[in-house]
Design a protein around this ligand. Structure first.
Ligand SMILES: Cc1ncc(COP(=O)(O)O)c(C=O)c1O
Length: 397
């Protein structure tokens, strides 16, 4: 059974203990309840549970599962919100948050600088069902002011954009949204659950791809939608439990165990990213280095106000476009070419030809996704080794 948890525990304590349920065997490490179903002593008990399942009573893993519940309670405690619903992937979480809130005729305002699959849902899926979507430059408050209307139902944004690391003034945008009664949904992947400021700044629902910092070791896909019990249980849960986007108990167990080390990992990766950004700033082979806590970041003051730290990812724009950027990628020895980020292994990505390939050239240009741009995700290797690796790769061009 779930133990009573101390509300005043600090993050690191919650990440190790919150939400633990122990079976009759008293296991130390959380058990994987790898079961899709649950049994009932009597037909009457089954009937009663279908009428109303109580706390820690389960019916079917698409609706809920004890291992998944431990993960949901732990990450909700970390985020400082009441409840959570875990999903099969980050995109299942984004899709559920939007689809559960919207209906035909509704209006959405979204920042334009989005991960490609988020853009697909907004541009191609929602519009097919009669939802009107207005895109804005998320960094321009005037554009938000003009776009948000009395009939706007949802405001969607990535708090820090992928891959250009633009920062949105979430407090100001949330105020505009709430003034018309719109729900603010924030994809918080880059901000990380450790440094998250989304709820305090006005977000109503926070969404993570837990594939990123939560797993952080390249094993499982996962996602989560976080918010008040009212929002999660009345709006998100009915949509997810009937449309099948639930997280598998095995993946939930991986994520749950990963939460125990997440604070240590994210802080170590952040320290490395901060050092690497500083070491590369002003490099002769680069047009620019983007990292929220570098003074040269266009929204440095906002980043300092909102973010405790600059995060685990930076972006560099290599002079000479794709040809030179590819040379740098191919010359790296420790950094791995991949399209994930926030992993224990440092990863480099060329967004223009991979994650954002499907965008037309004008859209890439508008978003700052140049042909020389490389997204750099710092892992857990030694920071000196990573800096040396990047500098020797830049020497090759
Ligand atoms: C900002 C952002 N949102 C959502 C996702 C989707 O997450 P997943 O791959 O777990 O579906 C990603 C993946 O890279 C992302 O970068």
């Amino acid at each position: 059974m779930a133990k009573n948890m101390a509300a005043n525990w600090k993050k690191r304590t919650k990440l190790v203990h919150h939400g633990v349920r122990r079976s009759q065997y008293g296991e130390l490490s959380e058990a994987i309840f790898l079961t899709q179903g649950f049994v009932y002593d009597t037909a009457e008990a089954a009937e009663a549970r279908f009428i109303k399942a109580g706390e820690d009573e389960y019916i079917y893993a698409r609706y809920g599962n004890p291992t998944v519940r431990m993960f949901e309670e732990r990450i909700a405690a970390l985020e400082g919100t009441e409840d959570a619903f875990a999903t099969a992937s980050g995109m299942a979480a984004v899709n559920a948050a939007l689809m559960a809130l919207l209906k035909a005729g509704d209006h959405v305002v979204s920042s334009r600088a989005l991960f490609g699959s988020c853009l697909y849902i907004l541009e191609e899926v929602l519009t097919r069902f009669g939802v009107e979507v207005t895109f804005v430059d998320g960094t321009d408050l005037d554009q938000w002011k003009k776009a948000i209307r009395p009939d706007t139902k949802v405001v969607f944004l990535e708090s820090i954009s992928n891959p250009t690391l633009e920062i949105i003034d979430l407090k100001a945008v949330s105020e505009l949204a709430h003034a018309v009664g719109a729900t603010v949904v924030v994809d918080n992947a880059f901000a990380t659950p450790i440094y998250s400021y989304a709820l305090g700044a006005g977000a109503d629902l926070v969404v993570y791809s837990t594939t990123k910092h939560v797993d952080g070791q390249g094993r499982c896909l996962g996602g989560v939608v976080l918010g008040t019990t009212e929002m999660i249980r009345k709006t998100i849960e009915p949509y997810l439990k009937h449309t099948g986007g639930a997280m598998s108990p095995f993946n939930a167990w991986v994520m749950l165990k990963s939460l125990e080390t997440m604070d240590l990992r994210v802080r170590a990766q952040t320290a490395t990213a901060t050092r690497l950004a500083g070491a590369l700033e002003g490099h002769a082979k680069l047009n620019r280095v983007s990292f929220p806590h570098l003074p040269s970041h266009p929204q440095y003051a906002l980043a300092k106000e909102l973010m405790e730290e600059g995060g685990t990812v930076l972006a560099i724009d290599v002079k000479g476009g794709k040809e030179k950027a590819f040379k740098v990628l191919n010359a790296l020895n420790i950094f791995t070419i991949s399209n994930n980020f926030a992993d224990a292994k440092s990863i480099v990505t060329h967004p223009a030809t991979t994650t954002h390939q499907r965008l037309p050239d004008e859209q890439k240009a508008a978003l700052g996704i140049t042909s020389g741009l490389i997204r750099v995700s710092c892992g857990l290797e030694d920071a000196d080794d990573l800096i040396a690796d990047m500098l020797q790769a830049l020497d090759v061009i």
